[in-house]
Design a protein. Sequence first.
Length: 433
Amino acid sequence: MVVLVLGSGAREHALVRSLTLDPSVDRVVALPGNPGIADLAGCLPGDPADPTAVVHAARSEGADLVVVGPEAPLVAGVADALRESGIPCFGPSAQAAALEGSKAFAKEVMAAAGVPTAAAHVCTTVDEVERALDATGSPYVVKEDGLAAGKGVVVTTDRARAREHATACLERADAVVVEDFLNGPEVSLFCLSDGRTVVALEPAQDFKRVGAGDTGPNTGGMGAYSPLTWAPTDLVPQVLDTVARPTVAEMARRGTPFVGVLYVGLALTADGPRVVEFNARFGDPETQVVLARLRTPLGVVLRSAAEGELSGLPELEWSPRTSVNVVVAAEHYPGTPATGDTIGGIEHAEQVEDVHVLHAGTRRETSTGDQPGGLVSSGGRVLSVVSLADDLPGARSRAYEAAGRITLRGSHTRPDIGLAAERGEVVVPGQEA
């Protein structure tokens, strides 16, 4: 099997890494990839959100499967173009990807499917926003309707800040979503769908705020860990029964079957799991820790989903070990990140037992003669440092030790990835601590 992976981040590096470990996969190619991916697979130039370019690349490479990493190609209809060309694709159509592309549409689908979620107000004017803020009360939750790379949500007790964000959203789009605050620890669950059958991966928890103790602005994600030993034992079957399967069935009923990853962002409230958001692809940084624990060959799983054969897939096998991902971010991130700074120490970081480093915001400088160009930063989240260990304290220790060996001027990490769980401080409302 030849697999083409679309994207250039750490999520895509994690996908490529897992696919190269699958004995059924002969070759992996990425478009456009990154310097870390280039050490494992071929990298092609091009825009992954250009359907014509992607179809041409898939045909040229003889791809048996295309795996779409980021959201932009999905909304642009890349999956549609591939399927029309007879190329199996793991990723939903543009219409189905609207579950992520529009928060308002996702709420509509959830209402039709009876999915438990926060009450929401879809607002098209500032006056409607004011009335919605009156209705929900504080804390205020304001969500940009379209794609925002994980940074379009503001949760605040400051009404002026909520109104300011809503107004800015309305300047960019026709609608903004204001919804009730859901109180409880958050969980990410990836559900694979072939349009009919749904298979869940293992849950993870990510950390969106830039600072320790959930302080500072939202980011694309500063780290994650899995498994969640504190989560209810019936969480996965409950979410499959009340969220994922009803949503997939509703999308099929509408004539827009969902094939790919339904990323279910959950809050575990006193009333049970409630959906915070849907995404239409693997999440970053959670993918890095979930795939680190997956023992079933990834290529077999994704191809089964792309070809409508998930029902025949054996139960997935998982490592009982714990994985932690610590993101090394550039100076000033999540504002305007510094770029072009030299990155060093990756090889020393990977000398820590059971640690691997995944590239996100990196690039190679122009080579001179026979010497490859140096590795420099090119984005906000620069690297993911991923560990495995027998327990959470061990995994945290390894990830942070390895991250500390990486040199990048002005870089920073969030210091408390998984710390509350290690201390036994994560409590689900309504359950005994």
